[in-house]
Design a protein around this ligand. Sequence first.
Ligand SMILES: NC(=O)c1ccc[n+]([C@@H]2O[C@H](COP(=O)([O-])OP(=O)(O)OC[C@H]3O[C@@H](n4cnc5c(N)ncnc54)[C@H](O)[C@@H]3O)[C@@H](O)[C@H]2O)c1
Length: 460
Amino acid sequence: MPVPGPGYSITVRLEAPPSASAAGDLTSAVGRAGGVITAFDVVESHNDRVVIDLTCNALSANHAKDITDTLETLPGIVVRKVSDRTFLVHLGGKIEIASKVPLRNRDDLSRAYTPGVARVCEAIAKNPDDARRLTIKRNTVAVVTDGSAVLGLGNLGPAAALPVMEGKAALFKKFAGVDAWPVCLDTQDTEEIIRAVELIAPVYGGINLEDISAPRCFEIEARLREKLDIPVFHDDQHGTAIVVVAALRNALRVVNKDIKDCRITVCGVGAAGSAIIRLLQAQTPGDIIAVDVDGIVHRDRPGLDSNLKSIAASTNKDNQAGRLHDALVGSDVFIGVSAPNLFGADQVATMAKDAIVFALANPDPEIDPMEAQQHAAVVATGRSDFPNQINNVLAFPGVFRGLLDAHARTITDAMLLAAAQAIADVVDGDRLNASFIVPSVFDNTVAPAVAEAVRKAATS
Ligand SMILES: NC(=O)c1ccc[n+]([C@@H]2O[C@H](COP(=O)([O-])OP(=O)(O)OC[C@H]3O[C@@H](n4cnc5c(N)ncnc54)[C@H](O)[C@@H]3O)[C@@H](O)[C@H]2O)c1
């Protein structure tokens, strides 16, 4: 059951009588309405009234309104203003550019800008590779989107995608010191996106594609990889695949199974599912059964697009047909990157002994994790309020740190696997158990470990 969290947090500024009971009345009212108080600050005090900032977590925007309405019904309470703390965080954007060099006087100016900068420009014109040494290219990544698949919200367009891309840039900086910049393109035409990224590429040491819908994301990434001399990485595909492979590696250690003997059902063969399947295949699992909205992907299924055709050709050894429930029977592992509430405990019971269930659809997983736990030995979700959160933040900052440090021009499956292994290895044998198969996103040893593994794989 969801609990009130900081994603829906409000601060209610209200006037209350200066009585001894006012605070208790307010906190009880919030509790009755199902909110969770996180702060209670008296911001003004007068003989006849106090002004209070009451901060509390809610379940949703509607729930936040219910809490405010409840407060307003209390005798003597006047609600002055309600601030949504999430919107406050976003006011004016979340990132900025700062100068790394002093600009105090004409002397500084002459070196950082004209006339001195001209000699640096000429040096780069003579030797373009020097751009990696003498400009921000060395440490800068473009976070490119067309806004066509924003989080789980769908096609919101480039402007509405910007808060996500800003957040991503902030995470790049926080976890790996990478300077990332959002590039939200006002087009969803494959050719225009490819051309636009090609045109801006000189500034960047890497391209992180983000929230571009499948199947266009596959072609855009493949063509950009061919054209550019910097690594191109679609995080919704490969960031997810890296963390899933890391988590699965550790989950299999917990249940003492070898991936080579495992039947793995992957539900969802879009951006995330396709990349997960491809990275799993690099470890030669027993078999993979891919399932999408039309059922099990098999070689005789009509209407397969080129992505599904190649998946059908390399999975499902027995060419099984059917629905998700059929695929689950006897499976050792379920990996869901598809849609909410697709199956229940009864279907988990049909899986092999010591089943592993990764139900990663956001915000609601393919199966309620509490139900999955009834029969599965290890359960993971994308949620932060449940153990084993599969979160791309574990991968992308360190991956790009490693690529930039190696001056990499491409990215390979060997680098992705090295990143996965590094994440898995952060959880040492003493800490590994069914509720701890991946490190915390705030474990500051993860990004350096991933960066080092990727750097080594890129330079070997
Ligand atoms: N937790 C994480 O780390 C993480 C990472 C990536 C994606 N996800 C989640 O995975 C889901 C898919 O993401 P995506 O970017 O790959 O989306 P996508 O749109 O590219 O692909 C969705 C896939 O799910 C399939 N699908 C939809 N409804 C289905 C159903 N009822 N039964 C079976 N299959 C069904 C579709 O056919 C498609 O293959 C989203 O909910 C996303 O939030 C989670």
